[in-house]
Write a protein that binds this ligand. Structure first.
Ligand code: BTN
Length: 242
């Protein structure tokens, strides 16, 4: 990643740190945040050797993808809100940069067609016992699709993707939307393809199924089941065929 090129597309100058390779941009950004890194500090890597995914999973991060983490000073924004806001920002930025229309699979996977092309992991940074900053980590498959079932890419073989422009557009959108952190949910709902689908999920150790009927302003998925309306605040759902 070329830091100068990223700065060219940013609406305001921000601290940008670029690595060829790093274990995890989120880990690095959290360390910087603990040392007092400014709001808007962004960390990039061409590849990650220990990319972190949700629920302790690893996120395969081969060369050619966009791997970035943004330090955010928004004490009143919960990591969940930042994640949904970032999902909307990525979908809109990708549309602007390359015309791909992405959709969101609740809660924070971005799909191109039926394939996952982006994952988002937001982590809080606790200082003196209080949430002081958050790190929004975003991985977009802009190079070859990683060797993971269901993964896709928005890249085209033989044609490098303009990752710097995409990175700057994502950051611009996130930082612009932050003061209105709860106002982005209409945009999220418009992009969320899970709503209207039959889904299955684990709750309290039991497998349940139902119809996803909406997403509320806190980002929770509302599911109509035989036991009534359930509100899922985290976890994973599988979309059932037909
Ligand atoms: C997921 O889909 O499980 C979330 C994946 C988040 C991956 C990004 S890549 C940049 C940043 N650094 C990390 O170690 N993880 C996030």
């Amino acid at each position: 990643m070329n830091g100068e090129k990223i700065l060219l597309h940013l609406k305001r100058p921000l601290p940008v740190v670029c690595f060829d390779s790093v274990p995890s941009t989120n880990e690095h950004a959290k360390a910087l945040a603990r040392q007092g890194a400014a709001h808007g500090t962004a960390v990039f890597a061409d590849l990650q050797t220990r990319g972190r995914g949700r629920r302790g999973r690893c996120f395969l991060s081969p060369a050619g993808g966009l791997y970035m983490s943004l330090v955010v000073d928004q004490e009143d924004a919960l990591p969940g809100h930042l994640t949904t806001l970032a999902a909307v920002a990525v979908a809109r930025a990708v549309r602007e940069v390359s015309g791909h229309e992405l959709q969101i699979k609740w809660v924070n996977d971005l799909l191109y067609g039926d394939r996952k092309v982006c994952g988002i992991l937001t982590e809080g940074v606790v200082l003196d016992g209080a949430l002081s900053k958050s790190v929004v980590g975003i991985g977009v498959n802009t190079g070859p699709a990683p060797d993971v079932p269901g993964a896709g890419t928005i890249g085209q073989s033989g044609r490098p993707y303009d990752r710097e422009r995409l990175a700057a557009f994502i950051i611009n959108r996130i930082l612009e939307s932050l003061p209105l952190v709860s106002a982005h949910m209409d945009g999220y709902r418009a992009l969320c393809r899970t709503v209207g689908q039959r889904v299955s999920f684990d709750l309290g150790g039991a497998r349940k199924t139902g119809l996803a009927s909406g997403v509320d302003d806190d980002g929770a998925l509302l599911v109509k089941t035989g036991e009534g309306l359930l509100r899922l605040i985290a976890g994973e759902v599988s979309v059932l065929p037909g």
